[in-house]
Design a protein. Structure first.
Length: 162
């Protein structure tokens, strides 16, 4: 059964997307990088803020005056908050936020038993929850705060992967 909440779009449908500053978490690779390059390609007046652990590839096609890379451990509130602030400092505002950073669950986290050196059950690895839930919620909180400061409409997009 198709997902009725899924929105498909193409660059042609976004031809009026101009004079925007867009922040993308996890924007240095994969779908985040493709989104960053698409946003920049829509208009030479769009700015992109990439928030990620690693910098985007040197071959990225976004001119440096329109691009800001902010190194950030996405699960760290202070670093995320600083990334948003750096984007506002460079470009004056944030108009849209793509909550894209995320990871897949690794291995068999909940059904496989692992023990520590004392033979006690190890604490579960919660990286997936920390990144995909907690950090994403932090991004949403920061996005709402900054979008409200603009005094006009803004865009918040939660990326969904299956």
């Amino acid at each position: 059964m198709p997902d009725t909440n899924l929105i498909h779009t193409s660059p042609a449908q976004l031809k009026n997307f101009r004079n925007k500053t867009v922040l993308i978490t996890g924007g240095s690779s994969g779908i985040g990088l493709a989104t960053a390059q698409m946003v920049a390609s829509l208009s030479d007046t769009n700015n992109v803020i990439i928030v990620d652990r690693s910098p985007p590839p040197a071959t990225i096609s976004i001119p440096s005056p329109r691009l800001l890379f902010q190194k950030c451990e996405i699960t760290n509130w202070v670093q995320q908050r600083a990334a948003f602030a750096a984007g506002v400092k460079k470009f004056g505002r944030i108009d849209a936020v793509f909550v894209n950073a995320g990871i897949a669950e690794y291995g068999d986290q909940f059904f496989k038993e692992e023990f520590d050196a004392d033979g006690l059950l190890k604490e579960p690895d919660r990286r997936c929850l920390d990144i995909d839930m907690n950090a994403a919620c932090d991004t949403v909180k920061l996005a709402i705060h900054h979008l409200r400061k603009n005094g006009k409409e803004g865009t918040l997009i939660l990326m969904k992967f299956q």
